[in-house]
Structure formats: C-alpha cells, structure tokens
Design a protein around this ligand. Structure first.
Ligand code: SF4
Ligand code: SF4
Length: 115
C-alpha cells in the first residue's frame, strides 16, 4: 500500500513551519536558505507557510493527489515531528486538522494495514 502522505501533503499547506535560524544551510544546518524567510529575531519559516493560506515552497505536486517534498532529507523539525495519524498507533490531531482543511477524511488505523 503506498504511503498515505504521498497522496496528501495537507500538513505542508496548512500550518506555519518555523525553525531556529541555525537550521539554515548557511549556518551549518541543512535547510536551503532560498526556501526560508525570517519570521522573528531568531526564527525562520519555510517560504509560503507564513501566510493566510500556507503552502510550503518545497512542496511539489497537488495536495490530495500526488505530492513530494523537495528537501525531504533536510526538512525542518516541525515536519519530522508531525506524524501521520495512526502510523505508530497514535492519533495525530494536526494531521486530522490539515486533512480536514482539504476535505480529506482522517486517516484510520486501517490505512496502515498491509495490502
Ligand atoms: S519542508 Fe517538506 S515536509 Fe516540510 S512543510 Fe515543506 S514540503 Fe512539507
Ligand atoms: S496531513 Fe497527515 S497524511 Fe497528510 S501528509 Fe501530513 S502527516 Fe501525511
């Protein structure tokens, strides 16, 4: 069964994704500077996410259809911390809320059963 996130991407287009500036490549981190913008004295955000209708500049594809993160290996901590609902047997209110924003039903434990 394909990973549900590959046909979703809602959380990449629902929230502000902010991180400490030390995460920038120019500061020794991994996040490309060109994809970030300052949002506070020590905080950066992924471009496009500090907006009324957030949409991360690193997100390829169409939400709810087929998506990919162009910097997956270098994505900031909030992206790593937001787990899809039930992947590890636990609910994820942020995942549910993001999917609801795009009219996608919440994931259920069945989403993780082997095909
Ligand atoms: S960096 Fe990647 S995983 Fe994080 S919000 Fe942007 S597209 Fe999504
Ligand atoms: S909203 Fe949930 S299912 Fe969709 S990409 Fe994010 S973690 Fe994955």
């Amino acid at each position: 069964m394909p990973h549900p996130c590959l046909s979703c991407g809602a959380c990449c287009a629902a929230f502000r994704v902010s991180f400490h500036w030390l995460g920038l490549a120019s500061a020794g981190g991994a996040i490309p500077d060109a994809l970030a913008e300052p949002v506070g004295p020590h905080r950066m955000a992924m471009k496009g996410t500090d907006a009324r209708d957030p949409h991360c500049a690193a997100l390829d594809g169409r939400v709810g259809e087929a998506v990919g993160c162009r910097i997956y290996a270098a994505r900031p901590d909030p992206c790593r911390d937001l787990l899809p609902a039930w992947e590890n047997g636990a609910p994820s209110p942020q995942c549910d809320r993001a999917r609801q924003r795009y009219g996608l039903s919440p994931l259920t434990p069945d989403a993780w059963l082997p095909a």
